[in-house]
Design a protein around this ligand. Structure first.
Ligand code: FMN
Length: 190
């Protein structure tokens, strides 16, 4: 495509198109060099590669979370469950101390903040940071984590939170998977 064909569709059209992509909601957490936990809500989480295990999310600077990730090189992805709406709102705010009233525990490897109301989490080491338009793509290598089988996700679609319902299988049964963690232990239930 030549440069003259690169028309600007405008932000309303961009929002209408990309907002139609249903997503889950994650809270990306990390710690500043002082140890202070910081985090942000993200709907841009995406699976990238199985071997090596990579994921990505996109962040628009300025972001205190991105600043801390650049310095520390580690972060955690907390995939929110259907009870996690208030956490999503809190971590999307400009509140200076988002962790003041939030209970969390440090992750096994790098001590990244793990929240309640999650259905899975991933501990990540920065693989690469890529400038892309007005965002930075953060690629992370997953070094630990786990998933809880009996939780349902918080969804986001066209600017609103949504619930996700699973279709039954062909026999009309709901399927229950097994909970797994990268260290072989059962995931901690909040
Ligand atoms: C549902 C939802 C999804 C969001 N997804 C993103 C995202 O993918 N990338 C981003 O940069 N900001 C996203 N935001 C906005 C950030 O969460 C918000 O700017 C936050 O305050 C950034 O925190 P920080 O500056 O402390 O890092 C989202 C907000 C909401 C409510």
């Amino acid at each position: 495509m030549t440069e003259t064909e690169l028309v600007d569709i405008g932000s309303d059209a961009f929002r209408a198109i990309m907002g139609s992509l249903a997503s889950g909601i994650s809270v990306i957490t990390t710690r500043e060099d002082t140890g202070r936990p910081v985090g942000m809500t993200s709907s841009s989480l995406c699976s990238v590669s199985k071997q090596p295990p990579l994921l990505l999310f996109c962040v628009r600077p300025p972001s205190s979370t991105l600043d801390a990730i650049r310095v520390g090189g580690n972060f955690a992805v907390n995939l929110l469950d259907v009870e996690g709406r208030e956490l999503s709102e809190l971590f999307a705010s400009r509140n200076d101390d988002k962790f003041a009233k939030v209970s969390w525990r440090p992750s096994e490897r790098a001590g990244m903040p793990l929240l309640e109301h999650t259905l899975a989490y991933a501990e990540c080491a920065v693989h690469n940071l890529v400038e892309a338009g007005d965002h930075v793509i953060v690629l992370g290598r997953i070094v630990g984590g786990g998933a809880m089988a009996d939780r349902f996700p918080l969804g986001y679609w066209r600017g609103r939170y949504v619930r996700v319902f699973r279709f039954a299988n062909h026999r009309g049964e709901e399927l229950n998977g097994q909970s797994v963690t990268s260290n072989g232990r059962a995931p901690r239930q909040e």
